[in-house]
Design a protein around this ligand. Structure first.
Ligand code: PAF
Length: 285
């Protein structure tokens, strides 16, 4: 597995590698490192598709707010590389911040409207940072496909808009949420949780399951589904709710009548840790 640190190296790798490919293409798995099974499921999906896989590891400063966890975000580069190599990743792109944001960098990608909803509302500027770095990663890696987790469902919606609006020749592949045995959605931030907080954090998956069960039982009123999920979250005094929303996944606009395919999304703080979870509402339990 090659470790690449410059845009030129990544672009060369991608162009050389695509010349050698008879079918499939280049698969990019963008990450901020601190990898877990959720990330590895993206790599596996790309490999299954037959892509030559590159993963990026870059803790992107522009998607963190001033009082967020950029400094303490877990950085586990060597362990991450070992995991990626074992999964058959061919190239890891691990640039320094100046490689992505050289002195004088002044261009940012703002996905208007949708970029200010859900996490974009709670974390102003977050999706501007995400859209900017992902656009840069696409420009550098020239991937055929890029793989993202449904855990970050709002991010997926923003990136779909970005790709459509900028006519980017990349297919976004969205992979299912990977959960711990007890239901907690995998996240690099789970490692911030104390044992007690880890137990309280199960309220998130219980909340989305309760909302899903209510929909599957025939409830189509968004407020009723929201209330069911909210009730689960507020059972725990350690959980501070950021949002509980039922939205159209394409626009992140709230809906009143819920249809299959709408998104139930929740965000909370457990202690100092912000966690998210969601489900795409479907008819069967
Ligand atoms: O989902 C993430 O880990 C990040 O938001 C991404 C897409 C790698 C951009 O920094």
């Amino acid at each position: 597995m090659q470790v690449l640190t410059t845009v030129a190296e990544l672009r060369n790798w991608s162009r050389n590698r695509s010349r050698g490919l008879l079918s499939a293409g280049i698969g990019l798995v963008p990450t901020m490192g601190a990898l877990h099974e959720g990330h590895l499921s993206l790599v596996r999906a790309a490999r299954k598709r037959g892509d030559a896989v590159a993963a990026s590891i870059f803790v992107n400063p522009t998607q963190f707010g001033p009082n967020e966890d950029f400094e303490r975000y877990p950085r586990t580069f060597h362990a991450d590389c070992a995991l990626l190599e074992a999964e058959g990743v061919e190239a890891v792109f691990a640039p320094a911040v100046v490689e992505i944001y050289p002195a004088g960098a002044a261009t940012f990608v703002d996905v208007e409207g949708i970029g200010s909803r859900l996490d974009g509302h709670s974390r102003p500027g977050h999706f501007r940072g995400v859209a900017t770095v992902v656009a840069k990663l696409f420009a550098a890696a020239e991937p055929t496909r890029a793989y993202f987790g449904q855990k970050d469902a709002a991010q997926v919606a923003v990136l779909r808009r970005l790709v459509a609006d900028l006519l980017l020749p990349v297919e976004l592949v969205v992979c299912p949420i990977v959960r711990e045995a007890d239901g907690l959605a995998m996240s690099s931030r789970n490692r911030y949780l104390s044992a007690d907080e880890r137990a309280e954090a199960l309220a998130l998956s219980r909340a989305v399951r309760a909302g899903q069960n209510t929909f599957a039982a025939g409830e189509h009123d968004a407020e009723a589904i929201r209330a069911t999920a909210l009730r689960e979250l507020t059972r725990s005094s350690a959980v501070r709710v950021d949002y509980v929303a039922v939205v159209d996944w394409a626009t992140l606009e709230p809906v009143e009548r819920v249809k299959q395919g709408h998104l139930l999304a929740v965000a909370v703080h457990v202690g100092a840790t912000r966690l998210i979870d969601n489900c795409i509402l479907h008819a069967e339990e």
